[in-house]
Write a protein that binds this ligand. Structure first.
Ligand code: ATP
Length: 241
């Protein structure tokens, strides 16, 4: 999935949350979105996922799958949903369901059979670490980290072309953080999907991203090529106190 942001603006009163003149996310990019608290990362995701209405500008999504629409504006069409998996916060969960019921629901909405869902879940077994399935409890009774894992796995369930994850490393123990990096890298490699991840963890972000966008007051002030892991120095300079 290729995504173009054009003159995209979102303001809350006098506060500018997003102000991006032109930015293209290429098919197959792993884009790390970094920036201080309040820089506009979540707002940008919400605009891309049509959870917020932009004051100005447009998001255009171009699926890579053959025979799919050439350009979709998520504010005008629902077509992008078939190609996109996202987890922004636990508002994406249905917390009075068990994890199995939730995965079943998400999978079926995307047209997967029960068998396909079960087969897909096996690939997440290392990340689930025996603590997600068959727990006989509702998602709301899971630990914060395990709830987070449920949301991330649901976002990846139907092998979307575009994955958007807001602070996916939050709440996860160190082993699970490492496991998640592997899951995302493998997924990108296997499917060629575009993966966009926001994080305050520069180490993790630079380890997985091919490209890093640094947001400041809603503006992308740096667009760093990280294919050879060269962005870290510049980021450390920016964030040093
Ligand atoms: N619903 C809202 N109403 C008013 N202001 C908002 C709203 N949502 C976001 N903002 C403001 O927009 C700006 C960007 O917020 P956003 O949550 O996108 O930043 P962020 O980069 O995700 O921050 P963090 O790293 O703390 O999660 C902030 O100043 C925030 O207070």
């Amino acid at each position: 999935m290729k995504i173009e942001l054009c003159n995209l603006e979102k303001h809350f009163g006098m506060n500018t949350a997003v102000d991006i003149k032109s930015f293209t996310i290429n098919n197959g990019d792993i884009l790390g979105l970094v920036g201080n608290n309040g820089a506009g990362k979540t707002t940008l995701f919400r605009l891309m996922l049509d959870l917020l209405k932009a004051d100005e500008g447009v998001v255009t999504m171009q699926p890579a799958t053959e025979g799919t629409p050439k350009a979709i504006n998520p504010a005008l069409s629902e077509d992008w949903k078939a190609y996109t998996g996202a987890y922004i916060d636990d508002g994406f969960l249905i917390d009075f369901l068990t994890a199995e019921e939730y995965f079943d629901f998400i999978g079926r909405v995307s047209g997967m059979t029960k068998e396909q869902i079960a087969e897909r879940l096996t690939s997440f077994e290392p990340l689930m670490n025996g603590e997600i399935l068959n727990q006989k409890k509702y998602i709301r009774d899971f630990s914060a980290g395990n709830r987070h894992k449920v949301g991330i796995i649901a976002a990846l369930l139907n092998r979307p072309e575009l994955v958007i994850l807001d602070e996916p490393f939050n709440f996860l123990d160190p082993r699970s953080q490492n496991m998640l990096k592997k899951v995302l890298l493998d997924y990108n490699k296997e499917t060629g999907a575009t993966v966009i991840v926001s994080s305050h963890n520069l180490q993790h972000t630079t380890e997985i991203s091919t490209r890093i966008a640094l947001l400041e007051h809603g503006v992308i002030i740096k667009d760093l090529d990280n294919r050879d892991a060269e962005a870290m120095n510049e980021l450390e300079d920016y964030f040093k106190v």
